[in-house]
Write a protein that binds this ligand. Sequence first.
Ligand code: GDP
Length: 329
Amino acid sequence: MKRFSLEYYLDGLRAQNTVVLAQSITLVESRKRTDQDLADQLLNHILNQESKSVRIGITGTPGVGKSSFIEGFGTYLTSKGKKLAVLAIDPSSQRTGGSILGDKTRMETLSRNPNAFIRPSASGSTLGGVNNKTHEAILLCEASGFDVVIVETVGVGQSETLVNDMVDFFLLMIQPGSGDDLQGIKKGIMEMAHGIVINKADGDQEKLAKRSKTDLLNALHLFAASETGWSTKVELCSSLEKKGFDLIWQMILDFQHIMIENGLFQNNRSNQNVRWFENRVNFGLIQHLSDHTALKKNIKELRSKVQSGELSVSMATTEVLTIVKQLLT
Ligand code: GDP
């Protein structure tokens, strides 16, 4: 891919040019050393821009209606004068019931909306829709004037925790279901969510959706109250009939208002930055060390000794760390 000067990217972002925004995200996702240096400079330049954005993470199992919701909710937000960026799951990386959803065009209306920007995450390098440059992509979208950023994820492994660590508001989307179905929702995810949306609250399912809401609220009562002054809200929605978007947006605004009032909004973002930094350093250190030829050889030998039972795990670990310490002195 063609690369440009730092000024080109900065001017393009400032001018809210979405082609340049897409190119900037590609740049930060690149693994090439020269690209990474340029990406570092770019990210450092946009650092001090005051952002009045809200970052929303949306998680839910495939088929729950995330893309239908983002399409409808996003259109609603742009009609209210918002500029929306969506860091979406690449459908080609998603499988449901054995069939690949690649042929389905997700968020078709929104993709033609001049006030919306949709970036499917690069396939192959994602964990449920999140890749290791999603945080950077959020900052680039904000630098380009997008004031609502949605990060979509499917509940795979650690993807919810990863997303929760880069957004302000974490939204869990579920379908109307019986008490048994609700039991299946991982407790950790429920506790993490600032809002739970029961989608498909329409037609035959509307009654069930209302019952699910009561059940959920009862279940949420069992959790310890959050120290932030916010307790998880539950809203009904029909993405099909475009119902509930106003209440969901109000819920997010209320949350943001409370968090800004009690000083936790910025505080949370600062803490997220610290964790982001620490994770990057850890990751970088491990990568750097694992590229070390002699160390690699040592670890390989120790691994087979652990496997054959010749050496205990703890002794083998100590040996590796001793070698690492020697390398660093
Ligand atoms: P995703 O995999 O989570 O992105 O889910 P989709 O948005 O692709 O939706 C999965 C299916 O649910 C599609 O057939 C949608 O038409 C349907 N669907 C989505 N939202 C609603 C809704 O609010 N009501 C009803 N009845 N169906 C919906």
